[in-house]
Ligand binder design. Structure first.
Ligand code: GLN
Length: 515
């Protein structure tokens, strides 16, 4: 399969790609092996993904901005390095990935899914992204998101929603819906996402992908455009736990540019080659199997726990009694922090300026009034109210106290169990518009993901089944702080023994497109 000559014009690229197996179907470890043994070049791999994006993304709309020139430039450099075999090569050299459009990539516009940042071109790169660039990745583009990552469906993006690759009438989840749909649609082998209240895990559940929400402080937030600073984390979405761990390995770690980054060594994520989980204690919290949860979600998540049990794990019923307060606590703390973080988009520091001829107040009003979407405005108002004099203690102060109780629930639980298993979301992917008139119903979709953010603990989401309409069902495993390694091990062991993560939506493949 080794190619003699590598041509760069797109016609010959098409031809070469067509003679090979569909490169977009390879796992990350397969792609890296293929690149190292020079079965194909990084430019060919990149071309295969870009072609797939060109074919599918007009329908799915996972990307806000594509960066093909940058991708081919980086891929070309990677190919030169791969050809000079004598040097030690960066670990992810030549691997294309996608990046959520709230993480800065120098000289590429970063919109945050908002009109107010439509023309914002950051002069620097987020540390999470620059570490991966140092490891050799090739950026394909910036993925769609709910505006400022506020939402659970991508319906709040100012650039239009992303469609779920499993069913175009359903949402992909959010806010990292573009990243999850790009991976599920085979338009990227992995994508970066952010998770403030579930935005990596919930789109993974809705799109059948695997994703890690790290411990708060494990991955740098420098260059992650802030939503709720005490909750924001940057994570990875990929096709399986092993691929997720491969990328996460090179993203995690201390960063002096982020004051909340924690200086704890990052272990080498060793994954088992046999699915034995002997003695692992899995907590199953009562509070996550509520009345009203879609019955198939409950039954498939419970079946996944039984599967883990058959591999040696021991399920332990546990209780996390403060779970019911996570939703109200989050929806005070996150909007409060957002209202402060979004003050900078005022037409002076950031954003275009509207209504300048009518004075300063009017300029602020028009700029923010016209360029923020309605959900962002709702959050700013809720947050400003919760922080206002006279209400601060009753809302924000109280919420912080209850946040501590939620965290203590987990500390207590982890005295008895190693990981906690739960559904990611109470339902599978809902239809566009289903919750549009009812913000509370939308917020309820986050009920099982918010606690991990409030407690700062890591969570891994992965598919454990499909509902009767063929839509994916996700489970999450949560672990004590900095125990991402345990999550990867258990997720990988489960995936060695099951096939759910290998199921793909029926979309046109490269081969049948080119015939
Ligand atoms: N859906 C939640 C919210 O709207 C979480 C979003 C996120 O994690 N960025 O706040």
């Amino acid at each position: 399969m080794r190619l003699q000559q590598r041509k760069t014009n797109s016609k010959s690229r098409r031809f070469l790609v067509n003679r090979m197996p569909d490169l977009t179907q390879l796992t990350i470890s397969e792609a890296l092996t293929g690149l190292r043994s020079r079965d194909f070049s990084s430019q060919e791999l990149t071309a295969a993904y870009i072609q797939r994006i060109e074919e599918l993304d007009p329908k799915i709309h996972a990307f806000i901005t594509l960066t093909p020139e940058l991708a081919f430039e980086k891929a070309g450099i990677a190919d030169q390095m791969l050809a000079a075999e004598d040097r030690e090569l960066p670990p992810l050299l030549g691997l294309p990935i996608a990046v959520k459009d709230v993480l800065c990539l120098a000289n590429v516009r970063c919109t945050c899914g908002s009109k107010i940042l439509e023309n914002f071109i950051p002069p620097y790169t987020a540390s999470s992204v620059s570490r991966l660039l140092d490891a050799g990745v090739v950026p394909l583009g910036k993925t769609n998101t709910d505006e400022f990552a506020m939402g659970s469906s991508t319906e709040n993006s100012a650039y239009g929603p992303t469609r779920n690759p499993w069913n175009f009438e359903h949402v992909p989840g959010g806010s990292s819906g573009g990243s999850a749909a790009a991976v599920a649609g085979g338009m990227a082998p992995a994508a970066l996402g952010t998770d403030t209240g579930g935005s990596v895990r919930q789109p993974c559940a809705f799109c059948g992908t695997t994703g890690i929400k790290p411990t708060y402080g494990r991955v740098s937030r420098y260059g992650l455009i802030a939503y709720g600073s005490s909750l924001d984390t940057a994570g990875v979405i990929a096709r399986n736990a092993a691929d997720t761990a491969l990328l996460f390995q090179h993203m995690a770690g201390f960063d002096p540019l982020d004051a909340t980054s924690v200086n704890t060594p990052v272990p080498t994520y060793q994954l088992p080659d046999s699915p034995d989980l002997h003695g692992l204690r899995i907590g199953v919290p009562d509070e996550y199997f509520l009345q009203g949860i879609q019955p198939e979600v409950e039954s498939f998540v419970k079946a996944a726990v039984t599967q883990l049990e058959s591999q040696g794990a021991v399920p332990v019923p546990i209780s996390l009694p403060y779970t019911e307060y996570a939703l109200p606590v989050y929806y005070i703390i996150a909007p409060a922090e957002a209202s402060a973080n979004l003050a900078r988009y005022d037409g002076v520091r950031f954003g275009p300026r509207l209504g300048t001829e009518e004075g300063l107040q009017e300029m602020f009003k028009q700029t923010r009034g016209q360029l923020f979407g309605s959900e962002v405005k709702r959050r700013i108002m809720l947050g400003t109210y919760a922080l206002s004099a006279g209400y601060y203690e009753a809302f924000y102060g109280k919420a912080q106290k209850v946040r501590t109780l939620i965290k203590e629930d987990f500390i207590r639980a982890f005295e008895d169990v190693d990981v906690i298993a739960a559904p990611v979301a109470p339902t599978t992917a809902f239809k566009f518009g289903q919750h549009s008139d009812d913000p509370l119903a939308m917020y309820l979709e986050d009920i099982f993901t918010l606690p991990a953010n409030l407690a700062g603990i890591p969570g891994l989401a992965f598919p454990v089944g499909y509902d009767k309409n063929g839509l994916p069902i996700g489970m999450q495993l949560m672990a004590p702080p900095f125990k991402e390694d345990l999550l990867f091990r258990v997720g990988h062991a489960y995936q060695l023994a099951t096939e759910w993560h290998n199921k793909k939506p029926s979309l046109p493949t490269m081969d049948n497109q080119l015939k």
